[in-house]
Design a protein around this ligand. Sequence first.
Ligand code: NAI
Length: 193
Amino acid sequence: MYLRGLLIFSEQGLENVSSQKLSELLRISPPQIRKDLSYFGAFGIPGVGYDTAKLAKQIRGILRIDTPNKTALVGLGNIGSALLKYPGFGGYGLEICAVFDKDPNKIGKTVKKVEVEDVSKLSTLRKKGIVLGIIAVPADAAQEVANGLVEAGIRGILNFAPYYLDVPKKVKVISIDIAMDLARLPYYLPASA
Ligand code: NAI
């Protein structure tokens, strides 16, 4: 969140940012911001604030996104295509540079400068040194794809399929279930009179 805030201020050309300003953007109290950022050892300068670029660099280092992270995408359907076109990964040092699908009509095509490869070629990821993968295939194909990614040396998976993946402990999975998140909202709505 802090990095996203700093990226926004950086785009606005702000060289320094106060905890007050970050607070207004992120809706987190200034004392909480100062406390959180103090863990990074970057205390800022009273009356001046934090050096936007320097703090962003430090947070990138902590998140281990200070060097580019090449990412593989499996499944070039609705979600996969949207992700491949999304320009917002760059700020986080992420780049989708390998795409796989099983549809013969998609394999061999070049989308956003990336050639779509046959999913049977997942093992090439190891040679390319790619350790992050995105799963955007239907639920019934997700485990098989995850197995292939793990065998290819993938260590982190962002999973869009509504399926609980079974992977070795060394592999970190973060699942995004848009429908489930949307379904959480009605609970917070006041009951109708
Ligand atoms: P889609 O059907 O548009 O695309 C799926 C793609 O995966 C296709 O290109 C297909 O050829 C490919 N594929 C299927 N089996 C494969 C396999 N074994 N190996 C490699 N590629 C394979 O699906 P969509 O809409 O993009 O959804 C992707 C995932 O995200 C699904 O699990 C879906 O439930 C989930 N999701 C989708 C949402 C949406 O709004 N489209 C919202 C929330 C979740």
